[in-house]
Design a protein. Structure first.
Length: 124
């Protein structure tokens, strides 16, 4: 069976100061916020998504600048996350169990040979 891994879907950047980071990516770089859009204050947000074309940039609050843990993480779309996970395991890739961080989202975290983290994600 051929693994069906989708396009690069998302890059997650862990941040400590959400309002400052939102201001930078929105006001300095000119990126458009897709979610949650239209807020005056982003200090209580832990997940802010910018549209950047086919791949979105997501700011994830709570970063502590821990190398290897808070490093940017890239996410591949997977239509059938269970099949892709099984195929990655068969190829000796380190893959976590599938979990659901929010309704309708399924994620499995993976590591490359040097320990860099990436994810596969299915959204219904």
């Amino acid at each position: 069976m051929t693994m069906k891994l989708g396009p690069l879907h998302e890059i997650i950047l862990y941040v400590r100061d959400m309002p400052a980071q939102v201001a930078f990516y929105r006001d300095v770089l000119g990126l458009e916020i897709s979610s949650p859009a239209g807020l005056d204050d982003y200090s209580e947000q832990y997940w802010v998504v910018f549209e950047t074309g086919q791949c979105s940039l997501a700011l994830h609050g709570g970063g502590e600048q821990r190398f290897g843990e808070d490093a940017p993480k890239f996410v591949f779309k997977a239509d059938d996350i269970e099949q892709v996970r099984d195929e990655l395991l068969a190829r000796n890739v380190s893959v976590s169990e599938i979990h659901s961080p929010s309704p309708g989202v399924q994620v499995a975290d993976c590591k490359d040979p040097e320990g860099n983290v990436f994810s596969i994600e299915s959204v219904s």
